[in-house]
Design a protein around this ligand. Structure first.
Ligand code: PGA
Length: 240
């Protein structure tokens, strides 16, 4: 794993953008795997700025997102499909038809997982962006998720519900289930770009980089990926 330590969130975001830009410049119809959460917002701001200033085009780019809350769709501003439009897609020239995410409102949740897995088989990510949870999760793959997992429905852990409740009016509004790409779908990406900032991520970053490769720390599977770059700020890098 290549580890880049940035002094702060802004520098982390700029360095992450350099990696993303190298992928979209090399292949104008690349498949880019995207993540939600507060970590990648700075990266998305850099992509928007570059699109506006330098005209970098996303017209032919295709996206796949990691996860979505079960029961939410674009009509909810807490949904991840809403987040992606608000923080990136509405500000670049991407064709929304080329953007993919699990349908949180799908009536048959198992069929939706199968649809998404079939799609991912046809759309290998040229790059997959990831954040990391304070408990070492990636996407909504919580501790104990098998490394061989594909898109599935998860019951969110108390720690994740608590972490995410800051974005909802009250903790009771946080959905208890989500759709998520599995660890195998993530590991299938040609390149992984994982970002982490803040002292509350230091322990998870230790597990990601230096801990035992174990299903108890889902992010540790990335030690087995041939092309994984971690960009981390000093606070999150304090234990490595
Ligand atoms: P965050 O979430 O970017 O909001 O910290 C990361 C994650 O839980 O994967």
């Amino acid at each position: 794993m290549k580890v880049i330590i940035a002094k702060d969130y802004d520098e982390m975001s700029k360095k992450a953008f350099e990696v993303m830009k190298s992928v979209v410049s090399a292949n104008k119809s690349a498949v880019i795997g995207l993540a939600t959460g507060s970590t990648p917002i700075g990266l998305y701001k850099e992509m928007i700025k570059d699109h506006k200033e330098n005209g970098t085009s996303y017209k032919e780019i295709k996206t796949v997102n990691l996860d979505e809350y079960a029961g939410l769709d674009y009509s909810s501003d807490q949904s991840y499909v809403y987040f992606m439009r608000d923080n990136l897609f509405d500000h670049i020239d991407i064709d929304l038809k080329n953007t993919n995410i699990e349908n949180g409102k799908a009536k048959d949740r198992q069929a939706e997982c199968e649809r998404y897995n079939a799609l991912l088989e046809k759309m290998q990510q040229d790059i997959q962006v990831l954040g990391i949870g304070s408990n070492g999760h990636i996407a909504f793959n919580e501790p104990g998720t098998p490394f061989g997992s594909v898109t599935h429905i998860v019951d969110l852990t108390e720690s994740t519900i608590k972490d995410n409740s800051r974005l909802f009016k009250s903790i009771d509004e946080v959905p208890r289930q989500a759709f998520t790409m599995g660890l195998k779908n993530i590991m299938n990406a040609k390149k992984i770009l994982i970002l982490a900032n803040g002292a509350n991520k230091a322990k998870a970053v230790y597990g990601l980089v230096k801990g035992e490769v174990t299903e108890g720390v889902p992010a540790s599977v990335l030690q087995l990926h041939p092309d994984c770059t971690l960009i981390v700020d000093e606070a999150a890098a304090s234990l490595i």
